[in-house]
Design a protein around this ligand. Structure first.
Ligand code: AMP
Length: 416
């Protein structure tokens, strides 16, 4: 029978890498609680329509990258390619706008996109993200951006660049899009077929194209920053000012876009100087029309999503925490029950403990303790069992001491 492998674009995560994931997840829970975010867990699959409406039927993700299938009742379902639409759906469906305060959510979980796999890009990948609803103040934008950049710094990522832009709003964007369409039409021949199609639908997304012809042509296109309405201009100035209060350096990137109508005002991306082609660590922005678009109240929203695999790549140098193991050995199988009970008592105290159940001789048990890199091996033999003691061998120094069981805990507290 041929070997069954993990599907293309997916990967298994195990020790020691899994320690980094546990570290990162614990750091996310601890960090975002400080800003009153509460965790939300939404289903891995949703009705496909949620994503065509919530991300936009024009987007690459929806057109080319979704894992969409029909279930046995012929419903069209999709493995979530991102989480914002689901969080908004959950808030509407569960009436969270009424019953929760503050309306701040964070999530951690797998997302699915039929993307071209390469280092740092997978078909099943893990994102964490935050969403804030019902607050349109520019200081919230700055706080969300701060909480993105500062978190990455706290987990040890150093070479970060924050790109920042404003993409306008339904007041100022339509007139700008007309100008952009005219400019793009004039350069149509230099654009790739994909971008030629974007002119009518969503010309902002031409700025996202990496094709040299498109990148070149778009350099001369008008920029949204020069066409913002007064409200968007004031909002953006206040975001930048608040970022300076928070000591967050940023780089203005006038071609950074979020290509959909419900993205409004602030857009940002954080990249790393330490990664190659897949250098985007997180992206986010304001989406003041999305909640209404999905059937909820007319309410502001802002958030970001971060790629955890790419953060993990940066944690390469983070030493995986090595748990210090205790190994309980027994000189003869008749002391196995004592060994099992000692192991249980030690686990109750919080120590990771291994016992070899196979009744092998002491030498073999010590070999196993070595293989597990045990810090101490605790030996039970007739003498120890009769006298209520245990022999504790420090595996590094090879020193051995006999400790009364009643003093073992105190001894370990001092020496572990
Ligand atoms: P997006 O949801 O497209 O704004 O992406 C947010 C972040 O998720 C990106 O900056 C990446 O770090 C990460 N990301 C997006 N797509 C993938 C993927 N296919 N594999 C791994 N990480 C991804």
């Amino acid at each position: 029978m041929s070997e069954i492998k993990a599907p293309k674009g997916t990967r298994d995560i195990f020790a020691p890498e899994v320690h980094k994931w546990q570290y990162l997840e614990a750091a996310i829970h601890a960090y975002y609680r400080k800003f009153l975010y509460q965790e939300i867990r939404t289903p891995i699959f949703e009705h496909s329509e949620l994503f065509s409406r919530g991300i936009g039927s024009e987007t690459e993700v929806v057109q080319k990258e979704m894992y969409t299938f029909r279930d046995k009742a012929d419903r069209s379902l999709t493995l979530r390619p991102e989480n914002t639409a689901s969080v908004v759906r959950a808030a509407i469906e569960n009436n969270l706008f009424e019953i929760m305060a503050p309306l701040r959510f964070y999530y951690i979980g797998p997302m699915f996109r039929y993307d071209k796999p390469q280092k740092g890009r997978y078909r099943q990948f893990q994102q964490f993200g935050i969403e804030v609803f019902a607050d349109d103040s520019p200081q919230v934008d700055a706080e969300v951006i701060f909480a993105a950049v500062d978190f990455l710094k706290k987990v040890g990522i150093v070479q970060l660049q924050l790109d920042l832009n404003s993409v306008g709003c339904p007041q100022c964007r339509p007139a700008y899009l007309q100008l952009l369409r005219q400019a793009a039409h004039a350069e149509e021949k230099r654009l790739c077929p994909d971008c030629q199609r974007k002119i009518a639908g969503n010309p902002l997304r031409i700025f996202d194209c990496k094709q040299p012809g498109c990148a070149d042509a778009s350099r001369a296109f008008p920029l949204i920053g020069d066409h913002l309405c007064g409200e968007c201009r004031d909002h953006f100035a206040a975001v930048r000012e608040a970022l300076s209060w928070m000591n967050v350096p940023f780089h203005l990137e006038p071609r950074l876009v979020r290509g959909l109508d419900y993205y409004t005002k602030t857009a940002f991306e954080v990249t790393s100087g330490q990664l190659g082609a897949q250098n985007a660590l997180l992206g986010g922005g304001r989406y003041n029309s999305l909640i209404r678009e999905l059937g909820g109240p007319d309410m502001a929203g802002i958030g970001f999503a971060a790629g955890m695999e790419r953060i993990i790549l940066h944690l390469e140098r983070l030493a995986a925490p090595q748990p210090r193991i205790l190994f309980v050995a027994y000189q003869d199988p008749q002391w196995l029950a004592h060994a099992v009970q000692l192991a249980q008592a030690l686990r109750e105290e919080g120590y990771p403990v291994a016992v070899d159940y196979q009744g092998r001789n002491l030498k073999k048990q010590f070999k196993k303790a070595d293989r597990l890199a045990a810090a101490f091996t605790l030996v039970l033999a007739e003498d120890e069992v009769r006298s209520g003691t245990v022999s504790v061998k420090d595996m590094a120094s090879q020193e051995q001491s006999k400790i009364p069981l009643k003093d073992l805990n105190a001894w370990l507290k001092k020496n572990y």
